[in-house]
Write a protein that binds this ligand. Sequence first.
Ligand code: ADP
Ligand code: MG
Length: 728
Amino acid sequence: MATFRLAAFQKLLERQPIEVKREADLTSDYYGTLVFDRPKMKKYLSKDSYKAVIDAIDNNTTIERKVADGVATGMKAWALENSATHYTHWFQPLTDGTAEKHDAFIDHNEMGGVVEAFSGKLLAQQEPDASSFPNGGLRQTFEARGYTAWDVSSPAFIVGQTLCIPTIFISYTGEALDYKSPLLKSLNAIDKAAVDVCQYFDRNVTKVWANLGWEQEYFLVDEALYQARPDLSLTGRTLMGHSSSKDQQLDDHYFGSIPERVGNFMVDLENEAYKLGIPCKTRHNEVAPNQFELAPIFEECNLANDHNQLIMDLLGKVARKHKFRCLLHEKPFAGINGSGKHNNWSLSTNTGVILYAPGKNPKGNMQFLTFVVNAIMAVYKHQDLLRASILTAANSHRLGANEAPPAIMSAFLGTEVNKMLDLIEQSVSEKKMSPEEKTSLKLNIGRIPEILLDNTDRNRTSPFAFTGNRFEFRAVGSTANCASAMIALNSAVAEQLIEFKVEVDTVIDKGVKKDEAIFQVLKKYIGICKPIRFDGNGYSDEWLVEAAKRGLTNVTSVPESLDGYLKKSSKELFAKLRIFNEKELEGRTEVEYEKYMKKIQIEARVLGDIALNHIVPTAVKYQTMLVDNVKGLKDVFGDEYKTLAGNRIETIKEISEHISTIRNKVREMVDARKVANKIENTRELAGAYDKDIRPFLDEIRVPIDKLELIVDDELWPLPKYRELLFNR
Ligand code: ADP
Ligand code: MG
C-alpha cells in the first residue's frame, strides 16, 4: 500500500479507546460550574452590582462604570478560584468561528512585581484591530480600530485557563462587524413587535423572547486517515473519492448503536458542554456512516447561538483528544448525506406562553393563528433574504440534493393548521361562521400538537416546517453561525408583526371590533401568502414545476442567492428596524461574495495539486506496470501476446485517456482562474468563480474517481471512502 495510506492504517490498528469518566454522578451536580451565572453573580457581586447586572439582562438597562468595576472584581475573584490566568473578549467575526485574544490578569505593583488585576474598563470594552477581520470594505487599515463590547445578556465562562467574556464587535463608527450585534438588534425588534401584538390578547405580556433549539450534525473521521487526505484537511471535504460499495443504502446507521470510541467521545464532549452550561439533550447516529447528531434543550436565541458556537469549538477539540477529526462541513462526502443544522425557532412570553404552541382556550388559539400566519407571511415576503442567509459554498452541495430542502422556500403547516387557515379564508367574517366552524377554529386547535407530535404529520422535506410548538428552519448548514439565519428570520417576522398591528388598528379605527378586525386581516394575509404553503414532497420534480407556477423563487447559485441581501425589500426591512444600514448590508454581502470566491479558489488549487502530484503519478506508475507486463508477455510468447494481454492493453489506453483529461482540465481550470482573478468587482469575481471555475471541480473529479477503480489498491495514495467512513 502507498506509504502514506499504509502508515495511517497502522496508526488506526494501534488505537485504544480513551476511557472517559463523567465529572460527577449527577449532571446537575456539575452543570454550569464554569459559567458566571446568576447564583455565582449573587455570591461574588455586591448587592447593588448584582441588581444592576440582572436589571441590564432582563430590561436592557445600561451598566454604569462604577458598577462595571464591581462586576469585574467579582468576576476576577471567581475566575482566579477556578484557575483562570487570562481573560478574553470572545466574539463572532464574519469568519467561520469565534475570535479571542488572551490577556493575562496581571499588572505591575509598586514593588516591581505583578498583581492580578481586572477592571470594569477591561471588562466592558476593548479595541482589537478590525482590519484583520472580514469587513467588506467597511474598515480601511488606516482607520482600523474596532470595538468589542460586553454582551451582558450572555454569561461569562471559563475555557481552559481563560475567562471568556461574550462581546459584540463593531467598528469605531458603529457598524456591525460580527454576527452577535445584529442578532441582538433583531431580538429587540421582535420582542417589541411581538409584545405589541400580544397586547391584543393578553395585557400582561411585556416581554417576548425568541427561542432557538439547534440540531448539530457532524462526521467523525479517524485522525490518521484524515491527515492522509490533504483535501479533507485543507477544505473540510473530499474533492475526490469513488463511492463505497456500501454506504447508507441499508439505513443501518441511523439511530444505530453508538460505537465505543464514539461513545467515549460523546461522553467527554457532554462533560465539557455541561460544565459550560450547554444543555445537551439528544445524541444519535445520523443517516450517513460515521455521521452523528447532537441537540440541546432550546434556549433564548442569543444564548443558544453562543452555545452552538462553543459546541462547534468543543467538537473539534474533544475529537482531537480521541484521535478523531470532527467534520462540520455541509458535504464532506459526495453521494451520501451531508450535515445540516435545523434551527428550531419559536417565541415565548414573560407570561410563560409559547406563542407557537396552540392555545388552551379560544383566545389563545386566535393568538396562535395570528403568529403562525404572520410568520409564513414573513417567509413569503422575504424568501430571497432567508435563502441568502443560509446559502454558502458548502451548503449549496446539500440543498436540493434529496437530503435537504430544495433552494425553494416554502412552509409546511400540517393538515390541522391548514384546515384552520382554509376555514378562515373561506368564511365571510368571524360572525358569519357557523357554530361548528367556530368551535373548530377556536377549540380544535388545542389538539394540533398531539396530532403533530405523533409524527404522522411531519414533513422532512420542507425548509420551514411547523412542528407542533415551533418552526424548524431546516435549510441552515452545519458550519453556519445560526445568527445569520436568525437575524433574517427575526427581522422578517418583526417587520410583519409591526405591519399587522398597523393594519388591525386601522380596521379597529373604522369601528370594527378587535376580534373581527384581527380575523379580517388574517383572512387577507392567508390569501396573499398562499403560494408559500406547501405540504407535499419538497424533493420531487413536480414541486419544482409547481413552485415556479406559484411564482416562488428557486436560486441555486450562491452569488445570485446572496444578491437577496441587496434587494430593495431586504434593505428596507433592515433599515426600518435599524439592524443594518445600507452600507453595513453592502459590506456584509461583500464579505459573503468574497468568502464564496475564496472557498472555490482554495478547492480548485487543492484539487489541482492533488490531481497532478498524487493521482497522475500513481496512474503512470500503475500504467508502467501494465506496460512492463505486456512487454514481458511479448518477450515470452511472441505474437501470441496480444491475445494473452487482452484487455490490459485497453486499460493502458484508458489510463492514458484519464490522465490527459485530468491534465487538460487542470490546465484549463488554472487558465480560467487567471482570467477571473483580473476582475475587480467582488460580485462579478464571485460570479466568475461560480460559472467558470466551480464546474471544473466536478469535471476533474470524474476521471480521478474512475482511476481509483482501475489502479492497483496497493498503489492508491489516498484513504478511500470505505476506509474513511467505516473506521471508528
Ligand atoms: P427532531 O429531530 O425530531 O426535530 P430533536 O429532538 O432532535 O427533534 O430536536 C428538536 C430541537 O427543538 C431541540 O433542540 C428542542 O429543544 C427544540 N425545541 C423544542 N421545542 C422548541 C420550541 N418551542 N422552540 C424552539 N425550539 C424547540
Ligand atoms: Mg428537527
